[in-house]
Design a protein. Sequence first.
Length: 359
Amino acid sequence: MGIFDPRTSGRAHEEVVFFHDPESGLRAIVAIHSTALGPGLGGTRFFPYEKEEDALRDALRLSEGMSYKNALAGLDLGGGKAVIWGDPVKDKSEALLRAYGRFVQSLHGRYVTACDVGTYVRDMDVVARECDYVTGRSEDHGGAGDSSVLTAFGVFTSMRAAAKHRYGSDDLAGKRVGVSGVGKVGRHLVGHLLEAGAEVLATDINPAARKWAEEHAPSVTWVEDNESLMAQGLHVYAPCALGGVVNERTVGTLKTDIICGAANNQLEDLSAAERLTEADILYCPDYLVNSGGVVQVGDEYYGPFDFARAKRRVSGLYDTALSILDRAESEKVTTVAAADALAEERMDAVGRLQRIRIY
Ligand code: NAD
C-alpha cells in the first residue's frame, strides 16, 4: 500500500497524519485526499480494526471517496476522512474525543470532521469543545441533526432522474421498487415512494423494521430477505443497508432495470460496474445518490444551517444524475466512470483557480 502512489483516481493523497495520545488511548489517522475544492470534509469512523494497516487502508479509501462525493455534490469542500482505531463502546471517552479534537484543530481547517460509523452528533459536540472544524453537530449546538431526511430525499430525486433516463418519464407511479434496509434512510425513502404512487417491496433483518412497515406503511409488500428481493423482478432496486451487495455472485440473480439506493460502497469492486452495464442494469453511483447527507453537513459547516436551502441543493442531484447517466450512454462507459470523470473535471477546473493569487 503506497501512500504516495496515485490510487484508483490517479490523484495521490495530499496529507496523511497519525495522532497518538497514549493516556486517553487515542490512535487516530486523518487522511486528506484532496483540498482542490476546499477543506477536506469527511466523517470520523471509530472502529475496532484488526490491524493498523486496515485502519490506514480504510482512511485512504474513504477519504478518496469523499473527494468525489463532495465534488459531484457541487460543494466547496474537498475529500478527507478520519479513523479512530478502537472499540467505540469500550474506548470512547470525553478525554479521548477532546484529545482528538485538539489534534484536528492542529490541522488548521485543512480537515473538517463529522459523524460516521461509531461516532454520533453528541460525540461531535465533545470534539467541538477543542476544535473549530466540526460539523454534523446536535441541534442544541446549532447543528442540523439527523441527516437521513435529506439523504433519502437525494436517493428519491436521483431515482426519478434514473427513471427519466430509462423510461423517458420521471414518474415513479406504478413502478415496482424494492427497498433493502428499512432503517433511518429506508423509512423516509419508503414514504417518498408511496407518496409518488410506486409499488413498494421491502426487506430488513431487523424485526422492528417489519413492525414499523406494518404500522406505518401497510401497503408495502414484505419480502423475506435481500436475496429474494433481488430476484423479484423490479423496476428499481434500492440498497439502503450494507455495502458490497452487488458482486460476482449476486449480479447474475439481480432482476431489475435500475439500482439506486443509499448504501455506501454498493459495488464489491469496479468490475461489478462493467458486469451491470453488460446486464443492461442502470447503476446510479452510490456516492452521487447518497450525497444528501454531506450536503446537509456542508450547509451546516458554512452555516447557519438552512434546511430549505440544503433541500434545494439536494434537488440539484436530479440534473447531475441525468447528465452522468446520459454521458455514460453516449461515451459507452460505465456510470461510475462517467461520474468520476465529471468529479475530476470539476476538481481540475475549480481547483486550478487557487493558483490565481489574491494578495
Ligand atoms: P440504519 O442503520 O438506520 O439502517 C440500516 C438498516 O439496514 C437497518 O434497519 C438494518 O437492520 C438493515 N440491514 C442490515 N443488514 C441487512 C441485510 N443484510 N438485509 C436487509 N436489511 C439489513 O442506517 P441508515 O442511516 O439508514 O443508512 C443506510 C445506508 O445508507 C448505510 O449504508 C449508510 O452508510 C448509508 N448512508 C446513510 C446516510 C445517512 O444520512 N444516514 C448518508 C449516506 C449514506
